[in-house]
Design a protein around this ligand. Structure first.
Ligand code: RB5
Length: 141
């Protein structure tokens, strides 16, 4: 199960990502927001990080205007490794090297075509399980 959340700036891209995931047969749980009405992104970052930390969901996706606020808020939470990605190389590398458990994207910085490619790359790339990467990640805590 993938947890997904957005603020108003990311709402429309979130709907496209949800449709894409469902078309791929991937289960997704939407933690809000539910419209383009102005709202506070940390609220939705908190809901998605809770879902990932509690293991209710395996991975999360957070979308706001830039992806920056979401990534800042998400990375305050122990156990969360949120990566703001605007390209597929970063999406692949952050799974392989950082074992990122949340993908953040900016709906105002990338188009929907690229966003869906980034989502696919993130979900389809496994963690390398390399000892040096495990060691570095363990140093976060
Ligand atoms: C909302 O206007 C905007 O600040 C938000 O979506 C995000 O970009 C914050 O980092």
């Amino acid at each position: 199960m993938i947890a997904i959340g957005s603020d108003h700036g990311g709402y429309e891209l979130k709907l496209e990502v949800i449709k894409h995931l469902k078309d791929r047969g991937i289960k997704v749980k939407d933690y809000g927001c539910d419209s383009t009405a102005s709202c506070d992104y940390p609220v939705y970052a908190g809901k998605v990080t809770d879902a990932v930390v509690s293991k209710e969901c395996e991975l999360g996706i957070l979308i706001c205007g830039t992806g920056i606020g979401m990534s800042m808020a998400a990375n305050k939470v122990k156990g969360i490794r949120a990566a703001l990605c605007s390209d597929c190389f970063s999406a692949k590398a952050t799974k392989e090297h950082n074992n990122a458990n949340i993908l953040c994207m900016g709906a105002r910085t990338i188009g929907p075509g690229l966003a869906l490619m980034i989502v696919d790359t993130f979900l389809d790339t496994p963690f390398s399980e390399d000892e040096r990467h495990i060691r570095r990640i363990s140093m976060f805590d």
